[in-house]
Design a binder for this molecule. Structure first.
Ligand code: CO
Length: 142
């Protein structure tokens, strides 16, 4: 087995039915002050923003329409819910290779995620029911 391992927790993904309301909750209930402006990622079927915290981020994701990959999640969890956890990795292609070698199911070809670096998702059945996102560390960030 290679030395491959996950790096820092980058963000926790939270699916929400209404991103404006969710932002208001983080502002007014939790006092968060650094929240990015929501933007659409049509190729992923979601509207996204980040609540920036000193050590991590909360990624709020709202389905753009009923073809969204999180449409069913919101239908099953109408108030929203914790959707995935994202860890940084040094090299996404090494991550794909190692996940496959270690018997996990990688759900997608690497694609550019909300941070502008390639991401993959690993099936929750391998991780105690938690959908895992692996994201290549942005080169300038560390
Ligand atoms: Co994410």
């Amino acid at each position: 087995m290679s030395e491959f391992k996950i790096g820092p927790l980058n963000h926790v993904g939270v699916a929400v039915p209404d991103i404006r309301e969710a932002i208001e909750t983080y502002r007014t209930l939790y006092g968060a002050t650094d929240i990015t402006t929501p933007f659409d990622m049509p190729e992923q079927g979601v509207k996204v923003c980040f609540v920036n915290l000193p050590n991590s981020q909360i990624e709020l994701i709202e389905p753009l329409d009923e073809n969204s990959p999180i449409h069913n999640f919101i239908r099953n969890n109408p108030k929203g819910g914790q959707h995935h956890v994202c860890f940084e990795v040094a090299d996404i292609h090494e991550a794909v290779k190692e996940m496959n070698a270690r018997g996990a199911t990688v759900l997608n070809e690497p694609r550019i995620g909300a941070h502008g670096t390639p991401i993959i998702f690993v099936h929750p059945k391998h991780s105690n029911g938690v959908l895992i996102e692996l994201m290549e560390t942005p080169k300038e960030a560390h």
